[in-house]
Design a protein around this ligand. Structure first.
Ligand code: FAD
Ligand code: FES
Length: 279
């Protein structure tokens, strides 16, 4: 089934600037996508100067500002490399908003713990901005230059905890370390530590990043009985549920089934994701 609302449009680049190292911020004017997008949804973008321009690339919608939306992207291959050389005024084709996004936390509900690695931060900003319940953002990367948007999250009142593998910023190690420390030893708003069971049960995890990080978050969710939503990062082709490139095994009433990351996902309840096809 295709998304109820899905728009293809030619969009003009407003700005396309380097953020840190390999990361760029692209702003495009796309009033309808900007109006309709929900946290965790993505836009499927065709880059006309590419030789295989028919193939689109999926990017999470990072921020929305009036009639524009932005994406935060890492240059990893030919598509993103060509995109990084495009200029204001150039045109792209975008389909969106696509996919099933995150559940926005309710005021007075569970405290959201957002966990992001690398460009996974891009999927988290709208969620944090639209959540009436503030929480903690755990962000991880190999080194300082992989830590994105720290100030943006702080500016909207979120507590940001950083971990880098080389220790160049924040705690040295994987992002799951400060996350585990928080779950085992919850901090209250006043910074004091509380060890009440009820506070542990009142968390909800939201994660986006590389698959090993998502698997680790799912394990933590099971171990501490914390609900979790994860955004799966799968290769996509059509982006609209037709080609089945993006399927992953998910629990079903009578065992398991394949679901499409582009339509049933990219956000899934962590309890349903199997990661591997049952033997
Ligand atoms: C739902 C969703 C949201 C995404 N949001 C963002 C985002 O906000 N910012 C961002 O920078 N990227 C995001 N990505 C990943 C992005 O789509 C890919 O990096 C991009 O398509 C690569 O295009 P390319 O032509 O530059 O690379 P290619 O030349 O196609 O590939 C270069 C390398 O990147 C790898 N690659 C391609 N697609 C993916 C992928 N989906 N995940 C991991 N590795 C991949 C390839 O295996 C290859 O090693 C998202 C992916 C999905 C599925
Ligand atoms: S990318 Fe084609 S079905 Fe998901």
């Amino acid at each position: 089934m295709l998304n109820a609302v899905m728009l293809e449009q030619t969009v003009k680049i407003v700005s396309n600037e380097r953020d840190t190292d390999l990361y760029f911020r692209l702003v495009v004017r796309a009033p309808q996508i900007a109006l309709l997008v929900q946290p965790g949804q993505f836009a499927h973008i065709r880059i006309p100067p590419l030789r295989d321009a028919l193939l689109r690339r999926p990017f999470s919608v990072y921020q929305v500002n009036g009639e524009t939306f932005s994406i935060l992207y890492k240059t990893v291959g030919k598509g993103t490399e060509v995109l990084s050389r495009m200029s204001p005024g150039d045109e792209l084709s975008a389909i969106g908003p696509l996919g099933h996004g995150f559940t926005v936390p309710q005021r007075g509900g569970e405290t959201p713990l957002l966990v992001a690695g690398g460009y996974g931060m891009a999927a988290m900003y709208l969620l944090a901005q639209r959540s009436p319940q503030k929480g903690i953002v755990f962000v991880g990367g190999r080194r300082r230059l992989d830590i994105l948007c720290e100030k943006e999250f702080q500016a909207i009142g979120w507590d940001v905890r950083v971990a880098t593998e080389d220790g160049s910023h924040g705690e040295k190690g994987l992002v799951t370390q400060p996350l585990l420390a928080e779950i085992r030893n919850p901090t209250r708003c006043d910074g004091a530590t509380a060890r009440r069971e009820s506070e542990i049960r009142n968390y909800k995890l939201f994660a986006c990043g590389p698959t090993p990080m998502l698997k680790a978050v799912c394990k933590i969710a099971v171990e501490f009985n914390v609900p979790a939503e994860i955004s799966a990062d799968e290769h996509m082709c059509c982006g609209v549920g037709v080609c089945l490139t993006c399927v992953i095994p998910v629990k079903a009433c009578d065992g398991w089934e394949y679901q499409r990351t582009c339509t049933e996902g990219p956000v899934f309840d962590s309890r349903n994701v199997l990661w591997e096809v049952p033997g």
